[in-house]
Design a protein around this ligand. Structure first.
Ligand code: HEC
Ligand code: HEC
Length: 288
């Protein structure tokens, strides 16, 4: 199983490499289709009054989409605790002697974990060298993710529902809330990005990296704005372009000094389209 996976990943690098070289060589002009077809976008709107089930469904979508939660909170990889049981667990967390936050209820604990992740750092998951005092999780109401209060409540309702505890967050009622218009748009199913900036946002690269052209980014992974200079010397005999493609397709093939393996998701090669990979690689190489 692992062996096959390795082979298919290597295959993907070769395919990407070849296609990118072809694109650079100008073969794209001869009509080789470089865009993998994707599902048409489905728009999700926040429409004022909602039933509990609709709100939970909205939270589910945000959790698996624009919230970028599953980049870290997924059963594979061990980057972050699995959240299936965070509903019931949340009311226990606040009784932990290590807990120094302000939450009085499970709901408040989950909200605080999202907005001020370092208030309580789950043992073993802190930033390396901080003795579990600093969380690598970004504040999800700020910066690149920027969820609104209503979106945060939707995610909490989803976590409570899937953890089998009572949904305690208020449902949105009456007039549509002001803030989340952009959020609803971003929660729509993905369509192929047409700029590097879009691609970095679409795949959540900015959740963990500062990237060229976007001011705010996370720091769970290395800052990528200087990579154009460094990529070519990371691995002897490997070009910067090939190194960057490999880093994105098979992150563990080379682990950057000061960082740990298994932190970057390893399934981007299955998701990123050819044209998007091209945009990302060019941007990281400092090309326009
Ligand atoms: C860049 C990686 C990353 C992203 C993205 C991320 N988290 Fe986290 N999260 C972590 C890590 C690591 C921890 C454990 C350390 C800590 O307690 O802060 C954590 C902890 C938590 C906890 C506390 C869990 C517990 O058992 O007490 C909750 C709740 C949570 N995250 C929710 C979310 C939600 C919801 C999202 C998306 C809106 C999200 N996280 C996005 C990395 C991430
Ligand atoms: C959940 C966090 C996370 C996400 C999301 C993520 N990365 Fe990473 N990335 C890391 C970490 C941690 C490292 C350093 C460890 C390693 O080398 O694997 C890294 C390393 C890299 C490197 C090598 C950098 C160097 O200095 O050599 C590149 C290139 C890279 N990532 C690109 C991307 C791109 C492009 C995306 C989005 C498609 C992305 N990453 C998404 C965490 C992440």
């Amino acid at each position: 199983m692992e062996g096959n996976k390795g082979n298919s990943e290597l295959g993907k690098i070769l395919v990407y490499g070849l296609l990118i070289m072809l694109a650079f060589a100008g073969y794209a002009k001869f009509g080789i289709p470089l865009v993998i077809p994707e599902a048409p976008p489905v728009e999700e709107k926040i429409t004022g009054a909602m039933t509990k089930d609709q709100f939970v469904a909205m939270g589910d979508k945000i959790f698996h989409g624009k919230g970028t939660c599953t980049l870290c909170h997924s059963p594979v990889g061990g980057r972050a605790p699995v959240l299936d049981a965070v509903g019931p667990r949340s009311s226990e967390r606040i009784k932990d002697p290590r807990y120094k936050g302000k939450a009085k209820t499970g709901e408040e604990y989950i909200r605080e974990s999202m907005m001020e992740p370092s208030t309580y750092v789950v043992a073993g998951f802190g930033k390396p060298g901080t003795n579990d005092t600093v969380s690598p999780m970004p504040q999800i109401n700020k910066g690149a993710i920027g969820l609104s209060d209503v979106e945060i409540n939707a995610v909490i309702s989803y976590l409570q529902k899937s953890g089998g505890v009572e949904v305690t967050v208020p449902l949105p009622t009456g007039a549509a809330p002001a803030a989340p218009a952009g959020g609803a748009e971003a929660a729509a199913a993905p369509k192929p990005a047409t700029t590097a900036e879009e691609a970095f946002n679409k795949y959540g690269c900015v959740t963990c990296h500062v990237v060229p052209g976007i001011a705010e980014g996370g720091d769970m992974g290395p800052n990528l704005t200087k990579l154009a200079k460094e990529a070519g010397s990371r691995k002897p005999g490997m070009s910067g372009q090939a190194y960057i493609i490999e880093s994105i397709s098979t992150p563990n093939a080379y682990v950057v000094k000061g960082f740990e393996p298994d932190m970057m998701p390893s399934d981007f090669a299955e998701k990123i389209t050819m044209s998007e990979m091209n945009l990302i690689v060019n941007a990281l190489l400092g090309k326009k």
